[in-house]
Design a protein around this ligand. Structure first.
Ligand SMILES: Nc1nc2c(ncn2[C@@H]2O[C@H](COP(=O)(O)OP(=O)(O)OP(=O)(O)O)[C@@H](O)[C@H]2O)c(=O)[nH]1
Ligand SMILES: [Mg+2]
Length: 376
């Protein structure tokens, strides 16, 4: 009997190695996730440790022994003695061999159980890793630990359903979803998150479906091509566009659209890290008291930057959030992250580049479905 351990990336890799080294008759005795050894292993992803066994006695002369000679066997230390004893048994019947196989299985099983019991891995760790994968902010993860503590849920009984209860409870408390309306709507946010595209989607729906008269203003004279980008959409829809070069000129442009049902204002993308640029943007926003300000943020942004964006844009003020690029991510933690860091509602969800289709009104039901991954 030969037992061999393989530390591999996945089951497929294990199967290839086992077949190559032990042959087709090898059986997989156990598998478990392990971290690579050493300090740096903590920062690497988990590997799979697969233990396979083959009954050599039964296969002597079949070529498998030869292969084993080429790849010497190094069994788990504690198993060696017992395995060797089994190997030394003479004249075995098929029944004997089956029994041996059972013995070996239980030896390896015991070894595995022992290792698992002494390892630091707990269910809480696994669930926290899942939360990290979902891109929850550390504040949300700490809150989950506190939530479990308050309910005296032991670490080893924490599972996905505890996490789902927690998410649902906090989601209901913290996340709001509704449009904030307003006749004058300004769209602000970091570069490239989809401000202009979102305006095009909303304007198309308002003009074509709701038959509203609309005026467009852009204060984005910073980026080459930005004005043309907005004008392309405006021309298709037959909507007038005004370009504003300084904050003082904004009231006049708004006034010129006094006969319009709705006014949409596009702005230059600004990094949350650049306070000077944010203040410059604020000087435009200060020109009009009754505008609704939509912060556009991408779901693809990692949680730390997403929250910093909310925090820094709070300084210049906004009324609502539009989340874009749902189609580009599987990590939906930012929905709940937003609820922890602002009491402003989420108004729209954007899920693609297509104007006007890839946008929908945010509702709590839809947002929760996105968190559970039910919305594709
Ligand atoms: N996949 C995907 N792409 C999007 C979405 N919204 C916008 N985009 C794309 O993102 C890119 C940037 O979009 P813009 O609308 O120009 O972004 P912006 O925020 O106006 O950019 P700046 O004005 O440069 O700050 C374009 O290629 C859009 O088609 C979305 O929901 N999903
Ligand atoms: Mg733009």
């Amino acid at each position: 009997m030969i037992i061999k351990n393989y530390v591999v990336n996945d089951m497929y890799e294990a199967m290839v190695l086992i077949k190559q080294e032990l042959g087709n008759d090898a059986v997989i005795v156990s598998k478990r996730e392990v971290r690579q050894k050493g300090f740096t292993g903590l920062f690497k992803r988990k590997m799979l440790e697969v233990t396979a066994a083959i009954d050599v006695t039964a296969k002597q002369g079949s070529g498998i022994v030869k292969r084993m000679d080429a790849a010497p066997y190094i069994p788990p230390q504690e198993a060696v003695r017992e395995v060797t004893a089994v190997q030394q048994m003479e004249s075995k019947t098929t029944e004997d061999l089956k029994e041996e196989m059972q013995q070996i299985k239980s030896i390896v099983q015991r070894l595995m159980e022992k290792t698992d019991a002494t390892s630091e891995k707990t269910n809480m760790d696994e669930i926290k890793n899942l939360m990290i994968e979902m891109d929850f902010h550390t504040v949300v993860i700490s809150d989950f630990e506190q939530y479990c503590k308050e309910r005296s849920i032991k670490s080893d009984s924490i599972n996905k359903s505890v996490l789902m209860d927690f998410i649902e409870e906090r989601f209901k408390e913290k996340v709001k979803a509704m449009d904030v309306g307003g006749r004058i709507k300004t769209f602000i946010g970091p570069t490239g998150v989809g401000k202009t595209t979102t305006i095009a989607k909303l304007v198309s729906n308002e003009a074509l479906v709701n038959q509203k008269s609309i005026g467009l203003i852009t204060i984005d004279t910073y980026r080459i091509g930005a004005v043309e980008q907005l004008k392309i959409y405006a021309n298709i829809l037959g909507i007038p566009v005004k370009v504003v070069f300084s904050p003082e000129d904004l009231p006049e442009a708004i006034e010129s659209f006094k006969d319009k049902d709705l006014i949409f204002i596009d702005s230059t993308g600004r990094s949350h890290k650049n306070i000077h640029q944010l203040n410059e943007l604020k000087s435009y926003l200060d020109q009009c008291e009754d505008m609704k300000i939509y912060l556009v943020a991408s779901m693809v942004t990692k949680n730390i930057d997403f929250i910093k964006t909310i925090e820094n844009y709070k300084k210049i003020g906004f009324d609502s959030i539009i989340l874009t690029k749902f189609d580009e991510t599987y990590s939906t933690g930012n929905i709940l992250n937003a609820g922890y860091f602002t009491d402003k509602p989420i108004s729209f969800i954007c899920k693609g580049q297509v104007v006007p289709d890839d946008i929908e009104n945010a509702t709590k039901d839809i947002l929760l479905k996105y968190i559970w991954g039910e919305v594709k």
